[in-house]
Design a protein around this ligand. Sequence first.
Ligand SMILES: [Zn+2]
Length: 313
Amino acid sequence: MSTATPSPTAPVYSNHCLPFQVEGMNVKGRLVRLASTLDTILTQHQYPAIVNRLMGELLSLSALLGGMMKFDGIMTVQIKGDGPISFIVCDYATSGNGEGVLRCHAQFDEQALSDLNDDGDSLAALLGKGYMAITLDQGQHMDRYQGIVELQATSVTDTAVEYFKTSEQLPTLLKLSCAQDTDGRWIAGAMIVQHLAQSSDDEIESYLRHDDPREQWQRATALFESLTIDELIDPQLSLQDLAFRLYHEDGVRAFTPTGLVNGCRCSADKLRQVLSNFTATDLKEMANEDGVIIMTCHFCETDHQFELNKLIN
Ligand SMILES: [Zn+2]
């Protein structure tokens, strides 16, 4: 076994995605931790705690998936269900300066959510039956891709694992975690580990080295299972520490981490464009008594205001 390769970068503790590879196991993975970025997003929305926890897991998943994009683009995770929460959308967009920008929106029945009993935190209790859709749009560089998977009754994690099993057909391990710290701030973490597909040359080489790829994967899995969901969100443990703790004996190599920030792509200009499609009569109906049309962006809860006079002239 080779020795651990030191990280090329300073340790990161939060608001980053860290890609890594385990040389001796033909395994790649990514770690995500969201702290102030997540807390800022959730403070904008003021959702109930049970929605916040789910949102933390989904934003972490979006960041893991977004980290796979080879070009600038947008990765969207959408969930639709027939339960108390009917719709969730999270997206991750590349910022153009190397960061990932996250935002989200949820629709739910507040009364139905507060009527849930204590064990109402399974995905089936919160969302009922439905599906998760993952859409990848990398502009002109690649065709738009969408994968859809039925919601699993248990959790977002199990639903996402099912998605990887059916769409990527790569053996995948995934853990998602989200909780509040003692000061009430939200923190989320995620780790994904995937077995790389081997070329026939690789297979011959591992046969010659007497390495059984199945044994490698079993070992990668056993080590992954030793990770607790509390460690994923432990602010004292850097993402590099987490990767090294699990896989240092097998030669883990961490790559440059990507910063994760909150942000929205809405703008007054885009909304003015939308409003230009309406007739003067429609616009008058949309305006309040002061002659102002207020359009709220549900991703960032910003009120964009337009004066009716200026729109009609
Ligand atoms: Zn917005």
